[in-house]
Design a protein around this ligand. Structure first.
Ligand SMILES: Nc1nc2c(c(=O)[nH]1)N[C@H]1C(S)=C(S)[C@@H](COP(=O)(O)OP(=O)(O)OC[C@H]3O[C@@H](n4cnc5c(=O)[nH]c(N)nc54)[C@H](O)[C@@H]3O)O[C@H]1N2
Ligand SMILES: Nc1nc2c(c(=O)[nH]1)N[C@H]1C(S)=C(S)[C@@H](COP(=O)(O)OP(=O)(O)OC[C@H]3O[C@@H](n4cnc5c(=O)[nH]c(N)nc54)[C@H](O)[C@@H]3O)O[C@H]1N2
Ligand code: SF4
Ligand SMILES: [Mo]
Length: 728
């Protein structure tokens, strides 16, 4: 049986082979004949089946017996997961009746905006579309956003500003081996999109130079010709140095810049003082390396830059991204095979999720909810008066602030575990504990479900059909291979059933998932992410097609490569260069907090770990988070191998096992974020947001480090024992 891995944005195709008598009963193998992953899977893909049959799967609607824990003290203490005595099982009709009547009661008291929706980028296009529609049409609430805000929002904003459109990669993966020079900044592809590595290696084999920019020498950096180990937060400054060289030595593509861009003079002015000498002094990257990479990239026939969360998840994330786009545009490396700028999308459907209205300011087809024409078009498809559509809401993290302010009283969380994945997560827990009604729809009783009044069983990726959009903008069909487990129901069914009980059923009456998709396609027609030429049958036949694909009919072949001939979808057709003046992160190192903490991923775990911590083979390899720090720093702290390190930021203190590695910048400490409770590094991270994209600063905050006192029972050790028990 054919499906697609539920985890990262590569969306590798996998085949399930029935193996009677074995555990877990099916063997996962890579599909040999689907494009993208070239017949490979990573460790997460090979184990993707395991969590779907885990004994802890939620199998029926569960209602909390007692009230959820209330108040700050409870929220800040370990967000331990509940037990079965916490919940009483319920049938679907009474569940939906109760939730609907509580929503109606709250909306009568406090208005439609008192109920919010928090979605996720693992969901299919159909569910993302329905969630956005559900918020606006069934709840009539402006408050909807999703975890993609924590993920792609800075790159999305930057691409919109520079190019007028945001598609993670504006070119297909098959273009990568054609390049001569590849810059990988803040992207750890070897662990985060492992099946993309063969494309990078193919480029290298054909002679491409590879440069990595990261505070850590990651597995990805091992294939690089040059590794530039900056401190977190310095990308704009470093790239400013490269731009200075390229402009002062006249290495840029003057013809391309004159014909296809605007704004070069302002960039020239902005980097006037960023000489390699000065930038080397500030970043520690040798002057000669700055010159060499600038000359190499500008002189290459074809060049590609890929960025990811390393530089995007910052209060300056949009500016860092724009600076890399400046580099690409000035060198004319765009709009032709083997050249371009791309941001490596993260979640399974991180791309589609941000196209069809799950974002606070957005309507399907990547339309703005503030554009009167867009409102009229979408309202027309939905059969509403445009005046009935609410306006724009607030970003993911700000939804929790609205709860604390008392504006939001109820929330539906579907496809996310924000207690683990939000910055400064004690505040998020505090907000959830304050809600009058929290409904969580998930496969598992997550750390977020610990605050829920209702926990509803979601279906796994194998139990529901739908379409997904991968990092290249390739839209493909994922079939259903099993019946929903237990009493779980597809998310789409749940939303439609709830809409009906809220008296809005006439807007949510579909007889099949393909009907939802057809409506999505109509709603997207004429928008930037135009899907109107797609249908289930067409996508199945073609093994995926690239958007935009304007309809009607089957004539348009889809668009694997954007910006052909250097034409950009902005007024005048030109791309925009941006003058960037590098700014420091929201927190810099000082005497109280002398180092920088950065966070990220491990190859064997996925996001909040809800799925991969329940996958024995993966949990065994990485049972708890380990803080990576440089041996020189360890010596300064008198830390020995095997010691635990106490990390303290302005938000709190946590203890972690420590690993010494010369592969990290000497003043930077890295901790992965895949764990909850007292192992959740998001207890420490900064909730400062980018002024426009509202992206939190996951990648930099000031931290103090010391040897943890061993006589104190370390909370982490308790959890290690729990993780071991889980994997037995
Ligand atoms: N195994 C695994 N794969 C995943 C995921 C997962 O959880 N696990 N998640 C998926 C998702 S949703 C996403 S968004 C992607 C994320 O994919 P990536 O963005 O590649 O992953 P991260 O580990 O968050 O960050 C990448 C690198 O940024 C570096 N970094 C930190 N600060 C800076 C900085 O200031 N500048 C630069 N240049 N680099 C910096 C870190 O050291 C890290 O190596 O991965 C996807 N794939
Ligand atoms: N410190 C730090 N924090 C970060 C980041 C970082 O780099 N550093 N990265 C951020 C990024 S890029 C991201 S994308 C976020 C992601 O953070 P989360 O949104 O918390 O990610 P997941 O763990 O994927 O949560 C998805 C949840 O939905 C459930 N689920 C999966 N599929 C389905 C489905 O089809 N239906 C339903 N109903 N439920 C489903 C899963 O069991 C899981 O509990 O984390 C962010 N947080
Ligand atoms: S590379 Fe991504 S999509 Fe492919 S198997 Fe691994 S996690 Fe799944
Ligand atoms: Mo992400």
């Amino acid at each position: 049986m054919r499906s697609h891995c539920p985890f990262c944005s590569m969306q590798c195709s996998l085949d399930l082979h029935f193996t009677p008598g074995s555990t877990p009963g099916y063997e996962v193998k890579p599909s040999p004949d689907f494009p993208v992953a070239t017949g490979r899977l990573c460790q997460k893909g090979f184990h993707a089946f395991d969590h779907t049959v885990h004994p802890e799967r939620v199998m029926q609607p569960l209602r909390r017996r007692a009230q959820p824990k209330r108040g700050k003290a409870a929220a800040v203490s370990s967000a331990s997961e509940g037990t079965s005595s916490t919940w009483s099982p319920a049938a679907w009709p009474e569940t939906l009746d109760d939730i609907a009547s509580r929503i109606q009661y709250l909306q009568e008291q406090y208005g439609p905006d008192s109920v919010a929706v928090f979605g996720g980028g693992s969901l299919s296009n159909e569910v993302c579309y329905l969630l956005g529609k559900f918020a606006r049409v069934a709840l009539r609430s402006r408050y909807v956003d999703y975890n993609g805000r924590y993920c792609m929002s800075s790159a999305a904003a930057a691409q919109q500003l520079a190019f007028g459109i945001d598609r993670g990669l504006p070119f297909p993966l098959e273009d990568i081996p054609k390049t001569d020079y590849l810059i990988l900044a803040g992207t750890n592809i070897a662990e985060c999109q492992p099946t993309l590595m063969p494309y990078l290696l193919a480029a290298k084999k054909q002679g491409a130079v590879i440069v990595t920019i990261d505070p850590r020498r990651t597995l990805t950096s091992k294939i690089a010709n040059h590794h530039l180990p900056i401190e977190p937060g310095q990308d704009s400054l470093l790239i400013g140095g490269l731009l200075h060289v390229i402009l002062s030595e006249q290495l840029y593509d003057a013809q391309f810049v004159a014909a296809h861009t605007e704004g070069i003079e302002a960039v020239r002015e902005a980097v006037r003082d960023d000489s390699p000498e000065r930038v080397a002094g500030l970043t520690g990257i040798p002057e000669e390396t700055i010159r060499q990479v600038a000359r190499g990239f500008a002189g290459a026939k074809r060049g590609i830059i890929l960025t990811a969360r390393g530089l995007e998840q910052q209060v300056n994330g949009v500016e860092h991204t724009l600076q890399y786009i400046n580099l690409c545009l000035l060198c004319g490396h765009i709009g032709k095979p083997g050249s371009g700028y791309g941001s490596v999308t993260g979640q399974a459907n991180g791309q589609g999720g941000r196209e069809h209205g799950l974002k606070a300011d957005q309507l399907p087809g990547y339309r703005s909810i503030e554009d009167p024409d867009a409102r009229a078009h979408v309202a027309g498809v939905w059969g509403l008066d445009p005046r009935e559509l609410p306006g724009k809401g607030v970003s993911a993290y700000e939804l929790f602030e609205k709860v604390l302010d008392g504006d939001i009283k109820a929330m539906i969380v579907l496809g996310s575990n924000p207690v683990v994945s939000s910055p400064n997560n004690a505040r998020v827990a505090e907000a959830l504990a304050k809600l009058d009604l929290l409904v969580v729809v998930d496969l598992f009783e997550t750390e977020t479900a610990a605050y829920a009044d209702w926990l509803l069983p979601g279906t796994s990726f194998l139990e529901v059909e739908g379409t997904m959009t991968n990092l290249e903008g390739r839209v493909f069909y994922r079939p259903r291979v099993f019946e929903p487990a237990g009493a779980s129901m597809p998310d789409a069914w749940l939303l439609c059933a709830l809409a009906e009980r809220l008296g809005r059923g006439r807007y949510f009456s579909y007889s099949s998932m393909s009907e939802v998709f057809d409506e999505l396609c109509r709603a997207s027609a004429g928008g930037k992410a135009d899907y109107s030429g797609f249908s289930y049958s067409r996508l199945q036949e073609a093994q995926g097609l690239f958007w935009p694909c304007p309809g009607p009919g089957q004539a348009h072949p889809g668009t694997p490569r954007l910006f052909a001939g250097g034409v950009f979808p902005r007024a005048g057709g030109r791309a925009r260069l941006h003058a960037i003046t590098p700014q420091p992160p929201a927190e810099v190192a000082d005497t109280d907090y002398p180092y920088l903490l950065t966070t990220g991923r491990l190859g064997g775990h996925y996001l909040s770990g809800a799925q991969t911590r329940r996958t024995d083979a993966l949990a065994k390899k990485a049972p708890e988070p380990v803080a990576e720090l440089h041996p020189a720093l360890a010596e300064q702290l008198r830390l020995r191998e095997g010691d635990r390190v106490r990390l303290t930021t302005r938000r709190g203190s946590l203890d972690f096992a420590a690993k010494m590695t010369a592969d990290i910048h000497p003043r930077t400490i890295f901790v992965p974020f895949h764990w909850g409770g007292d192992l959740a590094v998001n207890r420490l991270t900064n909730d400062a947001l980018h002024p426009v994209s509202r992206m939190p600063e996951f990648k930099v905050c000031a931290v103090r480090a010391e040897r943890a006192r061993t006589e104190e029972a370390s909370p982490a050790l308790v959890h290690t024992a729990k993780a071991d028990a889980l994997s037995d």
